[in-house]
Design a protein around this ligand. Structure first.
Ligand code: FES
Length: 120
């Protein structure tokens, strides 16, 4: 099963860190990588430049071809383990449209968007 989390490295674009310091998005990506390094079912962390959640950094998303996209905003490094858990739920779902109430509690208030693939 392909478990992936996409994390925006450019968050927070409105408050860049001092020169040489990691962005909050870079810290979040590092936290997810560290947390998954010892997980029984690790996830792949894909880093990207912007997930269109800029006003509410940090942002991450779950996406796979043919599945609903779920985007989370307002994330911190404290959400790393919850993102890994959510990625497992997402990977195990048929369409990716994991109900908010089924997500880890830490993420339920941080679902910023869903893009479902409806029938044409
Ligand atoms: S800069 Fe992170 S979502 Fe746009």
């Amino acid at each position: 099963m392909n478990r992936r989390v996409f994390v925006c490295l450019t968050c927070n674009r409105y408050a860049p860190p001092p020169e040489g310091q990691p962005t909050p998005g870079q810290r979040l990506a590092a936290a997810v990588k560290a947390a998954t390094a010892t997980a029984a079912d690790p996830v792949t962390v894909r880093t990207v430049v912007c997930l269109n959640g800029c006003p509410q950094p940090c942002t991450a998303a779950l996406r796979e071809p043919g599945k609903c996209v779920i985007r989370f905003s307002g994330l911190t490094t404290d959400d790393a383990a919850a993102l890994i858990e959510a990625a497992a739920l997402y990977a195990g779902s048929a369409d990716g449209d994991v109900p908010t109430e089924a997500l880890p509690a830490a993420l339920r208030g941080k679902v910023a968007g869903r893009v479902s693939l409806g029938a044409a």
